[in-house]
Every structure is written in C-alpha cells, then in structure tokens.
Design a protein around this ligand. Structure first.
Ligand SMILES: NC(=O)c1ccc[n+]([C@@H]2O[C@H](COP(=O)([O-])OP(=O)(O)OC[C@H]3O[C@@H](n4cnc5c(N)ncnc54)[C@H](OP(=O)(O)O)[C@@H]3O)[C@@H](O)[C@H]2O)c1
Length: 315
C-alpha cells in the first residue's frame, strides 16, 4: 500500500514537472534562416553561457564574429569550438574588460582601427557580484550597464555607417525588483542581498538604456532591443542560487540550457520586420511588456545623462 502511494506520488510529480516544462520552461526556438554573410557581429562575454551559444548560431549564419572577452585563454577555447562547430573561421577574440573603463576605450580604438564593419552589437556580458570596479564604481553596475553604455556610445558612428544595424542588450526579468536611485546605484555595496539588488538595478538600467537609445537613434536605421533570456543554467545563475547549493541539482530541472537561453538574443539580432519595435523588450522570441519602472521615459533620459556624467562624456 505504502509502495503504491509512493509510486503514485512520484508519477504525479513527474507529470507536474512535464506539464510545467512543456508550458513554461521550454524556450521557443528562433526559426528564421536569416543569413549574416558579409556582416560583422560583436558580442561581449561570448566565451561561455548564453553568449557562447549566441555567437555559435550567428557564426553558423556566416557572420564574422568578434568575441569581446577579458580572458584570452578561456576565450581561445570557445573560439576554436565555435569555429569547429560552425565551419566558420572568421571567429576572433578581442580583449575587453568591462570592469575597467580604460580597457573599454582601448578596445573601441582597436576595434574601429581593425574592423571596417559593425552590423550587430550584442551587449551580453554580465555579473552578479560584489566589489568595486577599477574605476571605483559598483562592479555589477559597471560591468552590466556603465561599461556597455560607454562601449555602445564609442561604436555608434560605425553602427550608423553600416545601417541597417542593431544593438541587442541582454537584460533580465530581474528588472522587476530593480529601481534607479541616482544617489547610490553606482556605489559599491556589501552583503549578498545588496549584490542581488545591484544586479536587479543594473538589469533595469539595461532596459532603460535601450529605450533611450532607441529615441536617440530614430531615423538612423540603427535599432535596438532589450532581451530576457529566461532562467538559464549558466555560471551566473549558479552564483545567484548559491544559497540553495544543496538542492541546485533540483533547481536545475527548472532552468533552460544555454542554447535555449540564446534564442531571444538570436531572434532580436536576426529577425526581419521587428524594426518598428526598436527600444522594446523581448522574451521567448516575442515582444513583451516590461514592468512599469522599465517604461519610464523620464528616468531613461535621466539615466542616460547620469551615465554620461559618470563617464565624463557630458557636454
Ligand atoms: N543565466 C540566466 O538565468 C540569466 C537570466 C537573465 C539574464 N541573464 C543575462 O544573460 C547575460 C549572460 O549571462 P550568462 O547567464 O550566460 O552568464 P555566464 O555564463 O556567467 O556568462 C557571463 C559572461 O560575462 C563575461 N564577463 C563577466 N565579467 C566581465 C567583464 N568584466 N568584462 C567582460 N566580460 C565579462 C564572462 O566572462 P568570463 O568568462 O571572463 O567570466 C562571461 O562570458 C548576462 O547579461 C546576464 O545578466 C542571464
């Protein structure tokens, strides 16, 4: 009797998991076959996780793909994997550390000197960590928002020259609990809870950056999109779930794999006909409404000016 009950319980749990997985966890795949032959893609953090699988797909479509990453050794192995799997040898490493603004500037100089084209920029790299950047800012805020903000600004003229071109910003549904406090968002913090909060604030900043960027790019044929990849089994999510390490194996049942996590970035980089949604937020390869704090144009404009000021770009 007890055995029967245990087996029925297991069958019920299995059924529930399959139902959840089919209806909520499984990622829709990007189905278009847009060719990227002759196009150049630049992706930050393309050496692992969602970024690596995004880079692989775009290389398979024939693009020249630059992986902008901070660690040469780790990236070289991703470069050779992507070359082998895609059969495309135009996959290259270039050194970029978003936690150091001088590295971002040096990267942009080198990129503009050596690469004539930029058709798709994917701001993918991200951290959820404590600490201080080389420039004294909150590390998560700098890597996830400020460094990408500077990079995008430095490359904008090249994107305009290669238009129609695109910027894809990998944000997150974590923006739901983010807020922009202009007194503190850039300051280093202590403690796990504060690290999580900093991550959520930075992901809200990603969506607001995309929104204001679209306003400023109107009429240029350069369009931009913010993306939520779903909850994906990568190093970043393991850092995030560190408190539930003993049951991580269970949690992993509810995560997407990196190929699934890459689909909405690939969609926004390649799907024809979405240009009218420049500045909007996508998840599951579909347009989605972000939470209200991510739809505030006044805060988006103020964040732009605030970021320029922190970077010494304000006129
Ligand atoms: N995983 C999820 O569930 C999830 C959910 C929502 C949004 N996202 C977003 O998806 C994006 C990709 O994350 P992931 O999940 O694929 O995580 P991941 O596997 O940990 O990849 C993060 C990437 O960012 C790079 N990076 C970190 N710090 C950097 C720095 N200072 N300069 C340059 N690159 C740096 C890492 O390079 P190293 O190898 O050098 O560390 C790595 O390539 C992030 O923006 C993240 O916020 C992820």
């Amino acid at each position: 009797m007890a055995l029967m009950l245990a087996l029925s319980g297991l069958a019920l749990l299995g059924g529930l998991y399959l139902w959840l997985s089919y209806n909520f966890l499984k990622a829709p795949m990007c189905r278009n076959r847009t060719s990227l032959r002759g196009k150049t893609v630049l992706i930050t953090g393309g050496n692992k996780g969602i970024g690596e699988k995004t880079a692989l797909d775009l290389a398979q479509r024939g693009a020249r793909v630059i992986l902008a990453c901070r660690d040469k050794a780790r990236t070289e192995s991703a470069v050779s994997n992507i070359r082998r799997e895609s059969g495309n040898n135009e996959v290259l490493f270039m050194s970029l550390d978003l936690a150091d603004l001088s590295s971002v500037r040096a990267f942009a100089d080198e990129f503009l000197r050596s690469e004539p084209r930029l058709d798709i920029l994917i701001n993918n790299a991200g951290v959820s960590a404590g600490g201080r950047s080389a420039d004294g800012f909150n590390l998560t805020f700098q890597v996830n928002h400020l460094g990408h903000f500077l990079l995008t600004n430095l490359l904008l003229d090249r994107l305009k020259r290669c238009a129609p071109s695109r910027v894809v910003v990998v944000a997150s549904q974590a923006h739901r609990v983010g807020r922009i406090d202009f007194q503190n968002i850039h300051k280093p913090v202590d403690g796990l809870l504060k690290f999580y909060q900093a991550y959520c604030h930075s992901k809200l900043a990603n969506i607001l950056h995309t929104r204001e960027l679209a306003n400023r790019l109107e009429g240029t044929n350069v369009t931009c999109y913010a993306v939520h990849p779903g909850f994906v089994d990568t190093e970043l999510i393991h850092q995030f779930l560190i408190w539930c390490k003993p049951i991580l194996f269970l949690t992993r049942l509810f995560l997407r794999n990196p190929v699934e996590g890459a689909q909405t970035s690939i969609y926004c980089a390649t799907q024809e006909g979405i240009e009218m949604f420049s500045g909007h937020y996508f998840a599951n390869c579909k347009l989605q409404e972000p939470y209200p704090q991510a739809r505030n144009d006044a805060v988006a404009k103020k964040l732009w000016e605030f970021s320029e000021k922190l970077l010494g770009l304000a006129k």
